[in-house]
Design a protein. Structure first.
Length: 143
């Protein structure tokens, strides 16, 4: 059940691509295995995700709309700078709201973890990021 809720949030919010730097939906990834979350911790994480789900969906939709509007204005043959400036402000505000909501969600989730679990998670995340950079680098190299 927790996995389904988190997956729904991740899919509806554009997953980690729109998360603030350093944040990622770790609770639904292999990286979270063996963190020894208690049943109480799992329930608290599920409740936090549920609490913010609707907001995240709405704010992600607002961000998508703001991005599309700005792109539309930039693609016009003659750019209306007044409208484009407003669209830029709307986009910045949409990103701010989404970042704020994600940050609040992650704070709720973070306080559920013990310090040891948090540090282990950070170490694992850094290892995964390093592996991804190495894989990306290898794909770019000519064969």
């Amino acid at each position: 059940m927790l996995r389904a809720v988190v997956l729904a949030v991740a899919l509806s919010t554009g997953a980690a691509a729109q998360l603030p730097r350093g944040f990622f939906p770790w609770w639904d990834q292999p990286i979270a295995k063996d963190l020894n979350l208690t049943a109480t911790q799992s329930r608290a994480i599920k409740a936090a995700v549920h609490e913010y789900r609707a907001q995240l969906i709405e704010q992600r939709a607002a961000l998508d709309k703001a991005e599309a509007e700005l792109q539309y204005l930039f693609d016009e043959d003659s750019v209306d700078t007044r409208r484009a400036n407003q669209a830029i402000e709307d986009l910045a505000n949409a990103r701010l709201k989404l970042t704020r909501t994600f940050s609040k969600l992650f704070l709720k989730v973070r306080v559920v973890l013990t310090a040891q679990q948090w540090h282990e998670l950070q170490t694992r995340h850094q290892d995964v990021q390093q592996q991804r950079r190495e894989q990306k680098s290898q794909r770019k190299e000519p064969s």
